[in-house]
Design a protein around this ligand. Structure first.
Ligand code: MG
Length: 336
């Protein structure tokens, strides 16, 4: 049986996060786990109630009753990876391939032209813009940015758009700029026919709508070119299997979670990139700046689009982990 300890934390957004979430502080848990073979590993647990996850306290109650949610399954999977690296005294990042990431624009109103110049000179070649809040302003900004700067652009509606808005938005994109839209993620809720129509306008990427796709039913070509894989939320092996079967490109991203989640996402991205070199595109793990700095994010060494180092064993952060208060999870199996 695995022993669990948790540490509760809050993340404070710098500004509005997406069409799903504003500046409200977000709660999550860090987990420390020990296996019967004595190996110890750490991983993050960051529910998104906006996506249907239970809140932290309800999740803890479920765990005490011995119920493991899909989200917690991923936490355990990642913590085990960390434990194996720690047992061998290896660091997750120093020995892995370098993973290039896009620059995440949660709230375009906060990004100036000067910022964009800095982002460019830091080495980023792709920006991902969260859209779906005010499409006319958004597309005007995107038009301006693409005219002035040489970025490739990814757009993410977080399923908050609709087919008509999507079509209108794409139609006002200035001529010649459209091919610089690498893909549009979750333009609106999954519907095979509607997505097929939209895919004729711009390449699409599947992220949160993954859970609504019936892979067995649709044996013909899927109306998306890219699958976004979030190791914190998804069975990675299964998603990779679909990507390989359908020759889809993969983008590995964080769940806009705690730095511990980011470190794990980068490690998984590096493992996949090694195996599927051309199929794994630039990733989206660098969401650190979405939140105010904390004791963990200040330990990350970031050089432009790359997370290059976190001191310690496994995913790192050894000293910070040791300084935290950990609460043991007491199982209440009779309540089962
Ligand atoms: Mg997304």
């Amino acid at each position: 049986m695995i022993q669990f300890w948790y540490h509760r934390y809050m993340l404070y957004p710098q500004n509005s996060l997406s069409a799903l979430a504003d500046e409200t502080p977000r709660e999550g848990l860090l987990f420390k786990m020990q296996w019967p073979d004595q190996k110890v590993g750490y991983a993050d647990f960051f529910p998104w109630p906006e996506l249907g996850d239970m809140q932290v306290d309800a999740q803890l109650d479920e765990l005490r009753r011995g119920h493991i949610s899909t989200l917690l399954e991923q936490t355990i999977w990642l913590a085990r990876k960390d434990a194996l690296l720690r047992a061998e005294k290896k660091n997750a990042l120093t020995e892995s391939m370098k993973i290039k990431n896009h620059f995440l624009v949660n709230d375009f109103t906060q990004i100036t032209d000067l910022n964009l110049n800095e982002i460019k000179s830091a080495g980023f070649s792709t920006i991902k813009v969260k859209v779906g809040r005010s499409w006319k302003d958004e597309i005007e900004w995107i038009n301006q940015v693409l005219r002035k700067h040489s970025f490739t652009c990814r757009l993410d509606f977080n399923s908050k758009g609709d087919p008509a808005t999507f079509e209108r938005m794409m139609s006002v994109l200035a001529p010649g700029l459209k091919q610089r839209i690498e893909f549009v993620e979750d333009p609106f809720p999954w519907d095979f026919e509607a997505w097929s129509d939209a895919s004729k306008i711009a390449p699409l990427a599947l992220d949160q709508e993954y859970k609504n796709v019936n892979w067995r039913e649709h044996l013909q070509n899927m109306p998306f070119k890219v699958i976004v894989i979030k190791p914190a939320r998804q069975d990675v092996e299964e998603a990779v299997k679909y990507a390989v079967m359908r020759q889809l490109k993969m983008v590995i991203t964080s769940s806009m979670d705690h730095p511990v989640g980011i470190a794990h996402a980068v490690r998984v991205a590096a493992e996949l990139k090694k195996q599927y070199t051309t199929q794994v595109l630039e990733c989206g793990c660098l969401s650190v700046k979405s939140y105010k700095l904390n004791d963990f994010s200040t330990k990350m060494i970031i050089q432009g689009p790359y997370l290059t180092q976190i001191m310690g064993e496994g995913i790192g952060f050894d000293q910070v982990f040791q300084s935290l208060n950990w609460t043991p999870v007491q199982f209440d199996i009779k309540g089962k």
